[in-house]
Write a protein that binds this ligand. Structure first.
Ligand code: PRP
Length: 221
């Protein structure tokens, strides 16, 4: 198995597989792609927040009893990797309306597939926060690791980074585990392999293009 102890794969229920069946189909409409991928994004975000630290908190219920509960024990923020990571922002704001959001712009060279950091703008106190790093695609992991490096350069602790990832390749997961072993990854699917063009197989195509409607293919209009 390619996964390390810091890889959290969503339970592969029939329902989740059914959603993947809709959105991986090359003939899926863009409307369905956005609708169904957002359902998975919600699950990923909830699973990612499960990994944050909590402390005990007792409250009194309306019948006067004590409920022994928990509350968030940390400050958090989210950092989408532009552009595809921004597809996760809508769901994030639904589950956490006040969350601070930084931005990192990384684009791969279309030919070499190597990532380039163009821009970052992060909360001033990000070094004190846990970070949900929103990066839907983990293929070679070059983009994800460049984003992690940008966070580490800003003082974020490696074990405070939770990457919210939609689709992962075994190669990408192995590389993150080797180079940044304390980064946690939540993903909804682990693919079979990368092909010679660094595309995941069976894959989903270009997530950003399909979500934002910028694909050249007529199938997703
Ligand atoms: C895609 C995707 C990831 C990256 C994954 O970005 O959104 O950022 O590729 O590939 P890697 O693991 O091999 O680096 P792309 O550069 O196509 O830009 P986009 O976000 O605008 O779609």
């Amino acid at each position: 198995m390619a996964t390390g102890h810091n890889v959290h794969l969503l339970p592969q229920t029939d329902q989740l597989r059914a959603i993947h069946t809709i959105i991986r189909d090359k003939d899926c409409t863009r409307e369905d792609f956005v609708f169904y991928s957002r359902r998975v994004i919600r699950l990923l975000l909830e699973a990612g927040m499960d990994l944050l630290p909590f402390t005990k908190k007792d409250i009194t219920t309306p019948v006067g009893a004590t409920y022994q509960g928990f509350e968030f024990a940390t400050k958090i923020c989210a950092v989408p990797v532009i552009r595809a990571g921004e597809a996760m922002e809508g769901e994030l704001r639904d589950v956490h309306p006040g969350i601070r959001i930084g931005k990192i712009l990384i684009q791969r060279d279309k030919r070499t597939k190597l990532p380039h950091l163009y821009y970052k703008h992060l909360p001033a106190d990000i070094a004190d926060r846990h970070v949900l790093l929103l990066e839907p695609m983990l293929a070679t992991a070059g983009s994800a690791l460049a984003a992690v490096d940008a966070l580490l350069d800003s003082g974020v602790r490696e074990n405070h980074i939770i990457m919210i990832n939609f689709l992962s390749s075994p190669e990408g997961l192995r590389r993150v585990a080797q180079e940044r072993p304390h980064v946690k990854i939540v993903t909804s699917a682990i693919e079979d392999r990368l092909n010679e063009h660094a595309f995941m197989i069976p894959g989903i195509g270009d997530f950003g293009d399909r979500f934002f409607g910028t694909t050249d293919s007529g199938a997703n209009t």
